[in-house]
Design a protein around this ligand. Structure first.
Ligand SMILES: Cc1cc2nc3c(=O)[nH]c(=O)nc-3n(C[C@H](O)[C@H](O)[C@H](O)COP(=O)(O)O)c2cc1C
Length: 361
């Protein structure tokens, strides 16, 4: 059955760019609409002396819907003050009106925002607080549609389609990043065994680990693999300290890809591995690396990505090069010092600089 939807709108212009973003994103999707500019919403008050304003009536209406869509412009890298005031008031729903707050549990929360310049350090400062609120209220975060409002508006058709598809689905939204032909699903602990098997026990493993080609890189035991990937690699919401993703292609899980915590020079290492030789040569790795770099750059402002495949694995080196990674003119010794490690005795250090990409490119 279709899920009912309500937009909570909070802009300084009732018919500006954010309104246009809502119209575009929800053109064919039935929804109710509340413009907070027509309501009296007071600042949060520890004494709760303000409960005679419109806040509770907005919440009472809001909780009758399955999906809540917050619509806000980006003002100074964050949600509008009107939206922030409204969200601050959700603290009343944890205290004196807990009876209303508990009814938010299980609902889905989406965000529509319009912006005009850039997120130089990524969109995390804007989006993560709303994701964390969802987590706190036991709601399910469904994602954000970023509408670039400069004239003419640049509509990212693919991303809009994914946002609309998630909105219209009746299921809980999975944490996925959409690429051209693949999607990247945020891995959870249950994926660990598959990720291990694909990395160390598949017919593709021999091009990365163990004798005869890589005698210096023994195959890891399952226990060692579990210990070498901290739990945060599997946690939700996505954070800049690193995460593992399952690569999905044509409805199947076909491999893993991860980014790691950036170093002091804002460089994050990428690891990628596919499930089987039969999945190689289809452009899956290329699309997965490109999709992940762009998403992490946009979310967290991580500017450089690097990898250190072996020179004995030209297929891997070539894949990284196809998506803009360039070999660094470093000796193995200097590279080891610069990056604090060396996977293979003949590692080729490859670096991609995202500064030439706008968040939407
Ligand atoms: C006070 C103010 C602060 C803004 N700060 C940002 C910003 O940090 N980043 C950005 O991309 N755009 C910024 N903008 C531009 C707006 O996000 C953009 O024009 C938006 O589409 C306006 O939506 P509206 O018509 O609903 O107000 C700012 C605009 C205003 C008025």
């Amino acid at each position: 059955m279709e899920r009912s939807k309500i937009v909570i709108f909070a802009s300084s212009r009732s018919d500006g760019n954010t309104r246009a973003a809502v119209r575009l994103a929800l053109s064919d999707i039935k929804h109710e609409f509340i413009d907070l500019a027509t309501k009296q919403i007071s600042l949060f008050d520890y004494q709760h002396a303000n409960l005679g304003d419109d806040f509770l009536s907005v919440v009472e209406e809001m909780i009758t819907y399955d999906d809540i869509i917050l619509a806000t412009p980006v003002y100074w890298y964050a949600a509008s003050a009107q939206m922030k005031i409204f969200l601050d008031r959700w603290s009343d729903l944890l205290t004196i009106r807990k009876d209303l707050g508990v009814q938010l549990a299980g609902k889905r929360l989406f965000v529509i925002c319009s912006y005009a310049t850039d997120f130089p350090l990524g969109t995390a400062s804007f989006e993560v607080p709303m994701q964390m609120m969802c987590d706190y209220m036991n709601m399910n975060y469904g994602g954000c549609f970023y509408y670039f409002s400069e004239q003419p508006p640049t509509i990212e058709a693919e991303k809009l389609k994914v946002f609309q598809k998630n909105l219209q689905s009746t299921a809980l939204v999975e944490n996925k990043i959409q690429g051209k032909k693949i999607s990247l699903r945020m891995a959870v602990l249950e994926d660990r065994k598959n990720l291990y098997t694909w990395m160390y026990e598949s017919d593709a493993s021999k091009s990365m680990w163990g004798a005869p080609l890589f005698p210096e890189k023994p195959i890891k035991l399952w226990e060692d693999f579990k210990n070498s990937w901290a739990l945060f690699y599997y946690q939700n919401p996505l954070a800049s300290c690193g995460h593992v993703f399952v690569i999905e292609y044509e409805g199947e899980d076909v491999g893993g890809i991860a980014f790691h915590k950036p170093d002091v020079k804002n460089r994050s290492e990428i690891d990628i591995w596919l499930r089987s030789e039969k999945d190689c040569g289809k452009g899956i790795g290329k699309d997965a690396i490109d999709t992940l770099c762009k998403h992490i750059y946009q979310q967290f402002g991580i500017l450089f990505f690097w990898a250190m495949p072996s020179a004995r694995n030209p297929r891997s080196v070539g894949t990284f090069q196809k998506v803009g990674f360039k070999p660094l003119p470093l000796t193995p010794e200097t590279a080891k010092l610069e990056f604090g490690g060396q996977d293979y005795i003949d590692s080729i250090y490859l670096l991609r600089d995202m500064s030439s990409n706008s968040p939407s490119s």
